[in-house]
Design a protein around this ligand. Structure first.
Ligand SMILES: CC(C)(COP(=O)(O)OP(=O)(O)OC[C@H]1O[C@@H](n2cnc3c(N)ncnc32)[C@H](O)[C@@H]1OP(=O)(O)O)[C@@H](O)C(=O)NCCC(=O)NCCS
Length: 170
């Protein structure tokens, strides 16, 4: 069955090979690569890996398709799905030219609803770099609450990164 979560402005669906060029275009941004831990410039290899991971059925790596242009503008994921403890990690990124239009907010809400009401999860979590204002603002707007401050959580490019732990309960 084709996976499809429809909103007013965006549709969440599995990525396909034909998304490759658009994915390369929207993903090739310094800030996205920094916060998503992609190599910059965003490579074909990384885009292909994303497309391949989208086929796996133990996780949801979904393209965010903007209805207006019928193109992928970013990626949202539900991974580390723990069916016993009913929780999962959520991540999102969208191309710079599409920021601040409410697209991510709608995508987050579509996936949250799916996670709680179809997958019957009860808790979603996200680790956000402490300097990532956009992500922090977006996730709080979606209802997430900060649960902790993770000191030196990631070692990246010779630096330690602190992260904020956010979670949303059903
Ligand atoms: C985080 C990200 C997905 C937000 O995408 P977006 O499409 O701009 O988000 P939305 O338009 O849905 O905005 C949601 C809220 O966040 C706010 N927001 C977005 N960017 C912001 C920024 N740079 N500074 C402050 N607030 C910001 C919006 O104003 C909106 O709040 P409002 O309705 O009260 O004004 C996007 O900035 C991104 O892809 N960043 C790089 C990758 C990343 O950091 N991903 C998260 C990793 S944890």
């Amino acid at each position: 069955m084709v996976f499809n979560l429809k909103g007013k402005m965006v549709v969440l669906r599995r990525l396909k090979k034909s998304d490759l060029n658009q994915l390369l275009d929207v993903g090739n941004n310094k800030l996205i690569c920094k916060y998503m831990r992609f190599n910059y410039p965003f490579t074909q290899k990384q885009a292909k890996e994303l497309i391949n991971s989208s086929r796996k059925h133990n996780q949801y790596v979904l393209g965010i398709e903007l209805k207006e242009i019928n193109q992928i503008i970013g990626v949202i994921t539900l991974r580390r799905i723990n069916l016993k403890n009913k929780n999962a990690e959520i991540t999102i990124w969208t191309g710079k030219k599409y920021w601040k239009n409410g697209y991510s907010f709608e995508a987050l809400n579509l996936l949250i609803r799916f996670a709680f009401y179809d997958l019957k999860l009860v808790k979603l979590w996200a680790n956000v770099d402490s300097d990532n204002v956009a992500s922090k603002t977006g996730i709080i707007k979606a209802g997430f609450k900060q649960e902790g401050y993770l000191v030196k959580q990631i070692y990246y490019k010779n630096k330690w990164i602190d992260q904020l732990r956010f979670a949303l309960l059903k």
